[in-house]
Design a protein around this ligand. Structure first.
Ligand SMILES: [Mn+2]
Length: 316
């Protein structure tokens, strides 16, 4: 992998104007990886911008340069020598316009198995816990000295994508990299406070409400519940406050599969989790046109569900 990393670095050194793009609704890994690379470009004195179709969640605003992330599609009208995509399994997931994607030189850093290695220079490492881990390997390959700020960006990506080192993607390598990032001065407990211990009072009350609605299906060995767009309005919390709720449901020990329905006006999104090695929830998601991993998957339905007499029914 070292050769391709060196080629990527040559491309970066030879470019003046560089666009970093990441996926819609950017998470800790998307932002952490993008901002780590942005810090590098800033040190090199490059002209750069960072694009995502949606604003980063508030709890990530402790990260350096995050206020420079833009959702303005005007970036696609500018001339870029190079586009670096991070954590985006396709150019459309990064919202690059088709014609723009075709005429641009693209570097692709990712760890998703569904990434078809698009772009002229692609590093898709499905064995990596996170794109942050891939970007770390890039900096190691080019012998770039990682400082505390950059380490915090990468550790945020690793911490969020591994669910605080608890998901099965956490490897010996992941732990070694996290340890090295801590040696650079990054404080893991502070990052954890930002990305996990960040619920508001309204958010906790909403979680309580959603937990009180849990229903079960013995035959399917399933526990499920739902949250609606109106709930978010009533409790005055942004959508990011329900991040982690489906993983919290998964702490249940007397059911094998858990599901959280997010019900919006005209559609419903379902997230599925299991802790068991012998159940593949991505197959259930696939049956409804969704996808994901063996233990974490999801799908969308073009209907609104509503609770009637204790049962979730299709409304429209
Ligand atoms: Mn990721």
């Amino acid at each position: 992998m070292k050769d391709i990393f060196l080629k990527i670095n040559e491309a970066i050194l030879g470019a003046n104007n560089i666009l970093i793009a990441t996926h819609e609704k950017p998470d800790g890994d998307a932002c952490g990886s993008a901002l780590a690379l942005a810090l590098y470009l800033q040190t090199l004195g490059k002209n750069f911008q960072i694009f995502s179709n949606n604003k980063a969640p508030d709890f990530l605003y402790f990260l350096p340069l995050i206020d420079q992330m833009t959702t303005d599609v005007d970036v696609f009208n500018k001339r870029w020598d190079l586009v670096i995509c991070v954590d985006a399994s396709s150019t459309s997931f990064a919202h690059l316009p088709d014609d723009f994607a075709v005429r641009s030189t693209i570097i692709n850093f990712d760890h998703h198995a569904t990434n078809a290695s698009y772009g002229q220079l692609a590093v898709v490492d499905v064995g990596a816990s996170s794109t942050a881990e891939v970007v770390f390997n890039f900096f190691k390959a080019i012998s770039y000295p990682i400082d505390r700020k950059l380490a915090s960006c990468l550790l945020t990506g690793i911490l969020t994508d591994t669910g605080g080192f608890s998901h099965p993607n956490t490897t010996i390598k992941t732990m070694a990299i996290a340890s090295e990032l801590m040696k650079k001065g990054s404080k893991i407990h502070q990052i954890f406070n930002h990305v996990v211990h960040n619920k508001s009072l309204g958010g906790l009350r909403l979680w309580g409400m959603v937990l009180s609605r849990i229903q079960t299906n013995q035959k399917l060995d399933l526990a499920y519940t739902y949250v609606t767009a109106d709930d978010l309005i009533n409790y005055q919390v942004p959508e990011e406050e329900i991040d982690g709720l489906v993983n919290f449901l998964n702490v249940i020990s007397d059911y094998s599969v858990v599901m959280l329905f997010k019900i919006d006006r005209g559609f419903t999104k379902a997230s599925i989790r299991t802790k068991r090695d012998d159940i593949d929830v991505s197959r259930l998601a696939l049956a409804f046109g969704g996808g994901g991993h063996q233990k974490a998957a999801g799908f969308s339905l073009p209907w609104r569900l509503e609770e009637v007499n204790g049962k979730l029914v299709v409304k429209d």
